[in-house]
Design a binder for this molecule. Sequence first.
Ligand code: SF4
Length: 745
Amino acid sequence: MGEWKKSGCVLCAQNCGLELFIENNRIEKVKGDKDNPRSRGYVCRKGMNVSYHQHHDQRLTHPLKKKGDAFVKISWDEAIGEIADKLKAITGAHGPRSFAYMGGGGQGCHFEAAFGTSLMKGLGSRYHYNAVGQEFSGLFWVFGRVTGKQYNFLMPDESRSDMLVATGWNGMVSHQIPRAPLVLREFSKDPARILLVIDPRKSETAEIADIHLALRPGTDALLTKAMIAIILRNGWEKREYIEKYVSGFDQVRAHFTDFDAKSAVAFCELDYDKVVEVCGLFTTRNWSMHPDLGIYMNRHSTLASYLHNVLMAVCGRLAVPGGNIIPGTLMPLGGHSDERDEKTWRTVETNFPPVLGYYPPNAMPEEILSDKPDRLRAVCVSGANPLRSFADTTAYERAFARLDLLVTSELAMTETAALSHYVLPARSGYESWDGTFFPLTFPEIYFQMRRPLVEPDGEQLEVGEIYTRIADAMGLIPAIPDSLHEAAKGPRAAFGAELMKFAMSEPRALKGMPFILAKTLGKTLGSGNLAALWGMLMTAPKLLRENAVRAGFKDSPLMGEEIFQAVLDHPEGLWIGKCDPDDNMSLVTTEDKKLNVYAPEMQDWLRDLDTASEKRAMEPGAEFPLILNAGRHMSMNANTLMRNPEWNSGKRACTLAMHPDDAAERGLADGEKVRVRTQAGQVDVELEVTEAARRGQVIIPHGFGLDYNGNVYGVNVNRLTKNTHRDHFLGTPLHRYVPCRVEKL
Ligand code: SF4
């Protein structure tokens, strides 16, 4: 007899609430959970198919070791012992920089990061690579300069905006805010509100826009510079706001005063009067902006994010109701990394700094293939599939083949796992206690801890438990007194007091706290992840405690325990805090507490950005006359999380989208196979002739090229992306602007 259970979706950063019908240890049916306070019953096609992520033929059930070209089963003790010995030998001989952790739990399972980073730090390394560094480095770096801390994510307060600016964001498909298609349709239908889309192509979101600025691909930074120039020239800037809340404006103003906005707008292939009209709206409307990968992974990546923030500051839209605000969090998505501090590690070969604590995966192949003595030699991967997710699959294959040790902890025999020396079976997001820190909302702070609903059918462990065992075998966890083990079996308040005593007497305890919690309270609760959550709540910072009081929790020493119990009592998720919606500016932590728009590192770049320089840089070459957008969000892709291709059976999923005029010019017809070439490589793919692609631009979705039981489904677009084609400042790959050619076969 089956039963409906509360859970959440692990397939994208929205983590919508789901109800799952579990029968015979399988997810048999799915529906949106109306009790989830954030998603309120919304679910998309991907979430409805989440059982294809959970159940498939490639699930790993036992630890595996590569012998020759094949894998053989080994025991957990053998695997952990051998990995620990190898890690000790490698880092002993080559130093801590030879080790990197690549992971963080992807879209649904962030608790592993507490353990992965503790192992990394225990080994003396700071090299944490993950997808945040693949997509958002420029954005978070800019937040660091503007607000004082990189983790102050300035996101749109769209519920209180009367105009939403979607730039490089196709929210109708990619979501990125709760119930995105519903919210966007509401904007579109309401005559009092405006949906403004800035996107080269007629995306699903552009289709319903009130205003669509279909700019030339790759010109977002130039257009934003032109818009700021137009606003300043007309004296439309919000002087009172700038005076009161913004610093550094006088140092950047000169870049815009003599700027030829007219020629820039023409180069962006837009109508000047229309752009002036939009600039007028920017200075009269209560608007917020949602940029996305179309900006971050495009030309001038970091500069474009910087210019967006200057634009919003000039228009008085940062940290105000209905503008872009800093939300509260249970745990920020990362720490603040200041690359100006000499102690901050940079990558050895490519010299990139971390942002939010994360290094760009784009640099990893060069860091492994380097000739420098302290190059990377050992990598632990979890919750990531770099072979298909990150730029330049071919470079990754070459690099991983050179590693002394590659350990992958995964649900499935992924393309990355197949190249590893050891493959360790991980529990899925439905077999373990887990959650994420992605779903930001304002002013409420949301959290859901999913609970295990399906029994693992083998020896799978939580990834955190795997890292705990490796750390233990390496002697990185201090000896835990019996009294603490005993206390873990009793009331948690007494355990907390005993833990505090231990932490004060053992200096290494604090560094390895997730491991200690996993080995003590984790045994009682049946999950290291759950124990880590308890530890996190018991040490909640002042701001989170203040926010929790606003959400109804009592201000007392037991608040952490009260929230923990509430999380356990609400499997559907709950509001655990509430920001002060009218005092967002108080969260700015720059020295003068003002929004700082002067970033010295951006000034030369900003000065040099004009029509003439863009014309030179964007001149189409004879070899690669088209621009490939290497990543298209669809209802048929979910990063690389779906292993069973059946969920797309009968659908036209992975194609090369091309505008009808471009196809006619090349004598190509819808449905035929074509060859796409770039600097990185070539693939053969089915052509889809569609007006959803802009003239001069072609699009291939990400997340395909799945190798499932010997058959490959769709093409891996990262065979076409070169890891060195990236933002020169922080290393973000320019996936949305890949010069290419398309040939008839
Ligand atoms: S929007 Fe994201 S989290 Fe929600 S159901 Fe779809 S894939 Fe899952």
